[in-house]
Write a protein that binds this ligand. Structure first.
Ligand SMILES: *Cc1c(COP(=O)(O)O)cnc(C)c1O
Length: 403
């Protein structure tokens, strides 16, 4: 297991690089990746890191060095992945409501493409016919995931082509003699129950025989990670056994064994990341004791956006008496990181670390309130590397045009 970064070490990083600061522990990413590859060692399964979770190029390069592939949500992520050294055949672009022009660009770059609408499927077929293999993103009509904001496969979700429109899909595929290489579903995020993935395959198995050139089944991402004591992560070993069983009881009628793909985002990088802030102000009120840190939802939006829980540790006073606090940001909006949370006694100037900050942390940050985006540091082989500078004032003006 990757050694946890010690509080004193994290305080050293906060002093050296300033706060607020994102810190990523590379060995933790490797540990998570190895959990996946080891559980699926006996099956033909590969993993595409869903890089929208964290796209710093150094992280992409590190994940590339582990042997993983990459899943992208925009053409710019595709370009970042190419820049980081992934070859086009290791890059998957799972599109979602994008302009056809972007799909054409992805085709020019030679990457693997999943199409998520009848309209773009038709345009792709009309233009490229059988010449370029393509995948289809289906919506399995399964409700799964931590909460509705992060569920993507249910019957009211915008994502994918509803499976009940399979006949329309097939009509387009036949009309243009399209080469369909994979079927994709992604049901949501924070899926604890591995049977959701099995249910997803069951839905796909019904239509697999209709696609004679199929090579891959892509089951998306959404593995759960623990946020607090007692939380469990998706049981990857159990998942592997169940997926193997499902595939061996449904051999591909086309003859070729189908390779299974997954697209983990959060699972790979969430726990590798910590977000370190410093306490500006303590405010006693009748309602709560507020701890205001030198950050806000402009830097870590998950608590406000998804009601996400992030463990908060007082690095500076690890043995202080635990007390109840509301930890808030300095943004002029309601900006709460945690309500009524027990934390070792907090004093002004203390450093607080937010855990599980690797996924959808920096990546969703903004310059709201004209504050600078934080710096990012990667710790690898016991050495800390600055991998993104903190913004400076010029960054706020960079693209503005003075009249
Ligand atoms: C976001 C996303 C993922 C990753 O989801 P996690 O919950 O981070 O694992 C995988 N596939 C697609 C298509 C996505 O949009």
């Amino acid at each position: 297991m990757a050694q946890q970064l010690a509080p004193d070490y994290l305080i050293g990083l906060a002093r050296e690089f300033g706060t607020p600061l994102y810190v990523y522990h590379a060995e933790k990413i490797r540990e998570q990746y190895e959990k996946l590859t080891s559980a699926f060692r006996n099956s033909n399964t590969i993993f595409f890191y869903a890089c929208k979770a964290l796209t710093n190029v150094n992280i992409l390069k590190y994940i590339h060095s582990l042997g993983a592939n990459v899943d992208c949500s925009s053409i710019n992520e595709v370009r970042l992945a190419l820049f980081a050294g992934f070859s086009p055949d290791r890059i998957l672009y799972t599109s979602n409501g994008i302009a056809f022009g972007e799909i054409e660009e992805a085709k020019e770059l030679g990457v693997i493409i999943n199409i998520d609408s009848l309209s773009n499927l038709e345009k792709f077929g009309a233009k490229f016919g059988h010449s370029y293999p393509v995948g289809i993103r289906l919506r399995p009509n399964i409700l799964a995931g931590g909460n509705l904001k992060i569920s993507t496969g249910h019957d009211k979700s915008k994502f994918g082509i509803p499976v009940d429109q399979a006949d329309l899909v097939l009509a387009i595929v036949q009309k243009y003699n399209m080469h369909i290489s994979d079927l994709h579903i992604h049901t949501g995020s924070e899926i604890k129950d591995v049977d959701v993935f099995v249910k997803g395959i069951e839905v796909l198995f019904d239509i697999v025989p209709k696609f004679s050139e199929l090579e891959f089944i892509d089951l998306g991402g959404g593995f759960k990670v623990p946020y607090k004591d007692g939380d469990v992560e998706t049981d990857i070993e159990l998942l592997a056994r169940k997926i193997e069983a499902a595939f061996s009881s449904h051999p591909n009628p086309g003859g070729r064994p189908l390779q299974v793909w997954f697209e983990p985002g959060k699972f790979l990088v969430s726990e590798s990341g910590l977000f370190i802030t410093q306490v500006n102000v303590l405010k006693e009120t009748s309602a709560a004791t507020f701890v205001s840190v030198d950050s806000g939802f402009n830097h870590l939006i998950r608590p406000m956006f998804y009601d996400a829980y992030h463990r908060i540790v007082n690095l500076s006073n690890p043995h202080g008496d635990p007390k109840r606090y509301s930890v808030v940001g300095n943004i002029c909006e309601t900006d709460t990181f945690a309500w009524d949370r027990m934390i070792h006694e907090v004093r002004e100037g203390d450093f607080l670390a937010f855990y599980n900050a690797g996924a959808y942390g920096f990546e969703m940050s903004s310059n709201f309130n004209s504050r600078f985006k934080p710096a990012e540091v990667m710790v690898r082989d016991g050495k800390a590397h600055l991998i993104r500078k903190r913004d400076v004032f010029e960054d706020l003006l960079r693209n503005q045009i003075l009249l």
